[in-house]
Every structure is written in C-alpha cells, then in structure tokens.
Design a protein around this ligand. Structure first.
Ligand code: SF4
Length: 324
C-alpha cells in the first residue's frame, strides 16, 4: 500500500528522475530535489564515476564507464596542487582520483549559463522544469555531488571558490553551497581548506551516516574505509562546522534495519553531539531510484517515520523525513 500523502504522490514524478546530464554540459545538471524542496544545481565532479564506497543502494550504474573522463579531468585554469605527495599514496580512503582535477573554466561557464536560464525563465521552457508548479521553481542550492565522492578531487578548494564566485557575480549569495559527502576524506587538509571556504560562503556539509555498527556499515557501504574513521571524521567536522546528517535506510533482502541497529545509529548521533559536534538536521530517507543491488528496496513512509521518532526521542535532534 502506498502510505504517502497525496501531495507526496503528486510530487514524486519530479523526483523519481535524476539525470546527471543537461544539454551539452559536462559538470552542472539542474534537478528537482525532494530534499531541497526545489531546484538543486548538481555539480557532478565524478565523470569517471569513481567512489571509495560501493553502496548497495547506489543509483550510479558503474558498468558503463564514460571514456571522456580522463581528458575532462585535465586542468586548464586550475592550479595543480603539485609538489605535494599524492593523497592517494598517503590516504587509503582515497582509492585514486585525488590526482585528478576539474576544468574550472568550464564549470564556471556552465554555472553562468544555468543561472542565466533560471533568471530569464528560459529554464522553464524545458522539461521537466516546464511542468513544475511555482513553489518548486525556486533555486535552492548548488550541490557538489554526482556520480561519486566529490572530495576525491585535489582542486576541491578551488572548485568551492569557483562556485562561490559565480554565485556572487549573479548576486545569489543566499543560494546555499552544499557538499554531499560520504565523509571518508573530511580529515584531509585539502578538503578542510575547501570546507573552510564552504563555511565562509553559506555552505553546508551533508555527511552520509547510514549505519550504527561496523558490521552494518560494511554490508551497506562495502568500503575499505573503517567505520571508525567515518565517525571520527563526522565528529571532528561537526566540531568545526554545523553538519547535516543524511541517512538512507532501506530493506535488504526484505529486512529493514533491526531495532539493535537503529539503537546503535542513535548512539552514534549522540556521541557526535556529546563530543561537541553540531548537527543542524538529520535527514532520514530511502531509495527513490533503482539501486545497485536488486535485493535493496525502499522502506515505507511509516517505517521511516518510526526511525525518525526514535532519533528525536533518544537524541533530541531535529529530523526531516523524505519518503520515496
Ligand atoms: S558514496 Fe554515494 S556515490 Fe559513492 S557508492 Fe555510495 S551512494 Fe554511490
């Protein structure tokens, strides 16, 4: 039975498609986002679909890797952080990718173009944006996310600075800059440099935390990065900058997260707060698009709400639920 409200059902068609391509753009893709409650300008830094996680619910189809990525990643105007050891050598979480760069000229040009289309209304002559009701036509954020982990890029601070500068040129400083991250590299100096810039530019860190125990983390994220490192990174980041926790819960082979797992997840949140971390919001959501593994399916709205109620009750944190 579909337990969503009628407004949720009406909104669902806009949210079920999340193409990471728009016109002939390479990096920037506007989408209608359920969590943004409007239009989010995605910046897909991971054209090669690299990620140091391999989540069982990931929507990225990694069997069809694009061949343009290696050429696209060569820097043009960006300054290579040369002279430093490759973070890939010193950081096992990196799993390659950190010696790659984003073409900042092209990123800036694409952002300029979308801002102009949105400001002139031309964006709303193109589907699916032409179908959007007025309340969903607002531009909510620029989201550094995409087909992999965005902090894998060595010129990450310059990428943040580039987005902030284009936004400033269009007098859109209120537009949030959001980093959607699996938190594995938040302890890296070059990432922290970017996070400082993010914080100075109306930015938010949305850090993934899908588990309460190492065992469940291994099952879901399938990453060599230890769960302890993810927790430490989130905790330390939250002590410097307020973070949003994004948690995806699902059914795996027909089973949702056990009561013990849910209780452990709440304990992890409490530990972050007790260590002095600031959590602005906990986002509880489920899969909305086809997952990497067919054994994964969505939780019902009531199940998400029950997890949210447990989080509120045990941690006192604000929680938002985003049904499929
Ligand atoms: S961290 Fe994100 S991009 Fe990477 S595998 Fe998980 S869901 Fe996919």
């Amino acid at each position: 039975m579909d337990e969503r409200s009628s407004s949720e059902r009406n909104r669902a068609p806009y949210f079920s498609a999340h193409p990471r391509s728009f016109a002939d753009f390479r990096y920037v893709y506007p989408v209608v986002s359920r969590r943004a409650g409007g239009i989010s300008l995605g910046v897909n830094l991971n054209l090669d679909q690299r990620c140091n996680f391999h989540c069982i619910y990931c929507q990225v189809q990694r069997t069809d890797l694009p061949t343009q990525a290696s050429a696209a990643d060569r820097p043009t105007s960006s300054v290579a952080l040369s002279g430093e050891p490759s973070a890939g050598e010193s950081c096992p979480a990196a799993q390659g990718g950190q010696n790659r760069f984003i073409d900042l000229d092209r990123l800036a040009a694409e952002l300029e173009s979308v801002f102009q289309m949105w400001q002139s209304g031309r964006l709303f002559t193109i589907r699916p944006f032409s179908d959007l009701p007025p309340q969903l036509r607002r531009l909510n954020d620029i989201a550094l996310s995409g087909d992999g982990e965005p902090t894998l890029y060595r010129n990450f601070p310059e990428i943040v600075a580039c987005c902030a500068e284009v936004r400033r040129r269009h007098r859109l400083e209120d537009l949030k800059l959001v980093l959607i991250t699996n938190a594995s590299l938040l302890d890296q100096p070059y990432v922290q440099e970017g996070l400082d810039l993010l914080a100075q530019n109306n930015g938010e860190i949305w850090a993934k935390l899908d588990a309460g125990t190492e065992e469940y983390f291994r099952q879901v994220a399938r990453s060599p990065v230890p769960f302890e490192r993810i927790l430490r990174n989130i905790q330390q980041a939250a002590r410097r900058w307020p973070v949003v926790i994004q948690s995806l819960f699902m059914r795996i082979a027909g089973c949702g997260p056990s009561p013990d797992e849910q209780a452990a997840y709440c304990r992890r949140l409490k530990e972050i707060v007790e260590a002095g971390g600031q959590i602005k919001l906990v986002q509880i959501y489920t899969i909305a698009r086809p997952p990497a593994e067919p054994i994964v399916s969505a939780l019902a709205t009531q199940e998400l709400q029950a997890i949210a109620a447990l989080v509120r009750q045990t941690t006192g944190l604000p929680v938002a639920v985003f049904p499929a």
